[in-house]
Structures are given as structure tokens and as C-alpha cells.
Design a binder for this molecule. Structure first.
Ligand code: HSE
Length: 428
């Protein structure tokens, strides 16, 4: 490929930045002068929307399917629908031996196995650096630099919006709703932030990372998740008293040849590298048989940062050979089972609002003892007492989730309980 013909579909913040980046590639002395990038056509929902690029320089397609009446080498898909038009365009391109670059994590998490198989059979590439953690080159790092390491554990903050919200709640004492509103005003949150705040966006991303880390088929059903919607500022405050922060952490590991994948808000020691990741940044921590701890942090969203990953994929396209690393990293994938999360031992944080009366504390501790749960720290926060109701904060040693659920069921039925019991896992 010397003259690389590109079609760009989807011209939101990311798409417009990608066109701008491609324009500057042709002037870069770092690209072999024999190679020219040519945008043969663009398409988006609205032609009249204000953009940072002059769309009149390019051939416009109201219907992106019409692009296939022309020859091109690469489809850059930035529409981002979970199925529908994004799926149709990507599949059509791969079936016509056209390479695809996409940022569409939802689509790959759900239909990745099928689409990567088509790409492999047709000897074209389906590249997705921009789908996980925006501008952080995590895909390239996993499939090239440390591909032959045995990965023991991967964890990360993979969603900028929720990290901004949690940081805002912690630093400025804002409620969840106030912080979400600010995230929208600053343009960090998507128009519909449901996928972000419910943990779905992060769950898609850790599904994709897990496939690369462990050489397993993409199976989004294995990705457990819960989000931070309506998260209570109290827990951030109390976690701080125990020396922890609360972050939406995605993680995955192989246990007994089965895969455990989880995204949930967790307490994390304030000295852990992930705990120090603030605002809209993303970060990833990887532990391998060769590397005790590899940590990478950067912009996880935004037009310019995400565009950096798209042009990294373009670079991979022009530099890689057909039978390249990507083909080996996304073929021969193992079909394995999901690890039963009830078998996993973790330490937990509890917040219980109780009537301040004699015998309550001993009742709580005896219920925990009856479920074989050992308490590491217990705090009764008298300074937070309102109308004879006082919060009790507990940190347990590692125990099974099943024991925690049973404990919640028993304590919830006690008449000294004044509110819903909050439990969160503690990241280790
Ligand atoms: N909305 C995501 C975030 C970026 O806030 O990190 C795209 O996945």
C-alpha cells in the first residue's frame, strides 16, 4: 500500500479529530514520503453540524453504505452503535477485504469473535486501539510488547467520566448528581451517560482486554459489572478514614483455568497507583510472570487522545506484514469457563446505620462471627450521629461473597437497622 485510501464514517469529536490528524500525516517527516493517506469519502448523521474540519474538502456520503461503490483500503468506523449500521459496515468491509479501524468497544465485546474470524479468513485487519482507554496504547502493548508474558492479573480505571465523578465527590464534597452535571457541562460525559455510570462501558473494555491478556474467546457474558449510579458521598468519606479511596475498578484474572472478570466500585488503598489516578484519566496495572507491576496512565477519552490511537492503528496497517502478530494474538483463542465469583475470597467494607442502643455492636459482630467473617477494623462514628442513629463502618478480612450476602440478609432483618446496608469489595 503506497496510496492509502481511507473512508471515515462518524464525524463526532473523535471522527473530526481523526480527519484532522490524517491531514497532518501527509506532511509528517516521520512517514515515508512514498506513502500518502487519502480520504476518499466521509459520512455522518448530520452534514450541517459545526466541526473542527472543513467537510467540503471531502466527498460526502449521506448513506455510508454508498462508500462501497468506491475503492478503499481502510474503513475507520466511529459511529459507535452496538449493532445496526456499525456492524453492517464493518462486516461488509471485512467481507470485501477492506481493513477496519474502530473505537467501538460495545460492538467488539458482543460480536468480536465473529468479526475477527472474518478478518482472519480474509487476511485483513480489524484494529481497535481506540476502543479501550482512549489514547493509552494498551492494545499494542498487550499484543506486541508483552504478548509472550504470562499475565497474572490486569486491573484498571477504564472510564474517564466515572473517575471524574468520583474524584469530584471526594475532592469537592459534591453529590453524585452535582458531579455528573459538572461532567456533562465540561463535555466529559456522553449525552446519555448510562453506559458510563452503570459500569457497562468499562465492562466492555475489560472484556476485550481479557481476550488479549489470556488468549481467550471474547465472551461479554462473563463480565460482571456494577456502576456508581447514585453513589453515596458518605462512603467516600468513611473509606478515607480507613485510608482508602473509592474507584470504579475493572479487573480480570485466570483462576484454575477459568476466567474471572469484574467491574465494580471498590475501596483501594490510597497509596496504590490506581488510587492516585484523578479526574478523567484512565490507568491500567498489569502483573505478569516477568513484570511485577506495569503501570500506564493517560487520557482515556476525548477527540485528540482517541485520534492518537486511530492513527497508531493506521501506522500498524502500513508497517505490519500479513501474517503478523495481530493474527496470532486473536486466533487460536481458548473457549474457557467463567469462574464462579462466589468462590472468590475478598476483603469487604460494610456501612451499617444502626440505632445507638446497648448491645447493637455485639449483635452485629456475633452475626459476622456466625458467618465465619473475621473483622479487621470496626468504627462507630459518633460524630456522624443524627437522631440516635449512628453509622458503623467495618472492614473484614478476606471471605466469600456468599457469606457477605448471608450476613446482609440476617442484619437487614434486625430491628436496630435504620437503612440499607452498603458493602463494597476492597481491591488488593
Ligand atoms: N465515555 C468514555 C469515558 C469514553 O468516559 O471514559 C469512551 O469509552
Amino acid at each position: 500500500m503506497n496510496n492509502i485510501k481511507i473512508a471515515v464514517v462518524g464525524l463526532g469529536t473523535v471522527g473530526s479529530n481523526v480527519v484532522k490528524s490524517i491531514e497532518s500525516l501527509n506532511k509528517s517527516n516521520k512517514v515515508n514520503q512514498k506513502i500518502q493517506f487519502e480520504i476518499i469519502g466521509i459520512s455522518a448523521k448530520s452534514k450541517s453540524k459545526k466541526r473542527i474540519i472543513d467537510i467540503n474538502k471531502y466527498k460526502w456520503f449521506d448513506d455510508p453504505i454508498d462508500l462501497f461503490n468506491f475503492n478503499f483500503d481502510v474503513l475507520i468506523e466511529l459511529i459507535g452503535t452496538e449493532k445496526g449500521i456499525s456492524y453492517n459496515l464493518i462486516k461488509k468491509a471485512l467481507n470485501q477485504n477492506i481493513n477496519v479501524i474502530t473505537a467501538n468497544k460495545a460492538l467488539l465485546a458482543k460480536y468480536g469473535n465473529e468479526l475477527f474470524t472474518i478478518a482472519k479468513n480474509n487476511e485483513v485487519k480489524l484494529l481497535f486501539e481506540a476502543a479501550v482507554a482512549g489514547g493509552i496504547p494498551i492494545i499494542n502493548l498487550l499484543k506486541n510488547s508483552i504478548f509472550l508474558n504470562r499475565i497474572n492479573h490486569i486491573s484498571g480505571i477504564l472510564n474517564g467520566t466515572t473517575n471524574f465523578i468520583l474524584s469530584q465527590m471526594e475532592k469537592n464534597n459534591c453529590t453524585f448528581d452535582e458531579s455528573l452535571k459538572l461532567a456533562s457541562e465540561k463535555g466529559y460525559a456522553e449525552q446519555d451517560p448510562t453506559n458510563d455510570i452503570e459500569g457497562i462501558d468499562s465492562a466492555y473494555k475489560i472484556t476485550l482486554l481479557s481476550s488479549l491478556c489470556y488468549g481467550i474467546e471474547i465472551n461479554h457474558n462473563f463480565s460482571n459489572y456494577s456502576g456508581i449510579n447514585n453513589f453515596d458521598i458518605e462512603d467516600i468519606k468513611y473509606a478515607k478514614k480507613l485510608g482508602y479511596k473509592i474507584k470504579l475498578i475493572s479487573e480480570s484474572m485466570l483462576i484454575d483455568d477459568q476466567i474471572y472478570i469484574d467491574t465494580s466500585p471498590k475501596l483501594i488503598n490510597e497509596n496504590h497507583s490506581l488510587a492516585r489516578v484523578e479526574g478523567v484519566l484512565n490507568a491500567i496495572n498489569i502483573k505478569t510472570d516477568h513484570l511485577k507491576s506495569l503501570f500506564i496512565e493517560g487520557e482515556g477519552a476525548g477527540g485528540k487522545a482517541t485520534s492518537s490511537s486511530i492513527i497508531a492503528d493506521l501506522y500498524e496497517l502500513i508497517t505490519s506484514k500479513k501474517d503478523s502478530k495481530l493474527d496470532s494474538s486473536l486466533s487460536n483463542l481458548k473457549n474457557i469457563k467463567s469462574y464462579d465469583k462466589n468462590s472468590l475470597k475478598r476483603a469487604y467494607y460494610f456501612r451499617i446505620l444502626v440505632k445507638d442502643q446497648p448491645g447493637v455492636l455485639s449483635k452485629v459482630t456475633s452475626i459476622l462471627t456466625s458467618k465465619n467473617i473475621s473483622i479487621q477494623t470496626i468504627l462507630q462514628l459518633n460524630e456522624e450521629k443524627i437522631n440516635d442513629k449512628v453509622p458503623i463502618i467495618l472492614k473484614t478480612y478476606e471471605t466469600f461473597e456468599k457469606n457477605i450476602q448471608e450476613t446482609i440478609n440476617i442484619i437487614s432483618n434486625e430491628n436496630f437497622i435504620e437503612n440499607k446496608i452498603v458493602t463494597l469489595t476492597i481491591h488488593n
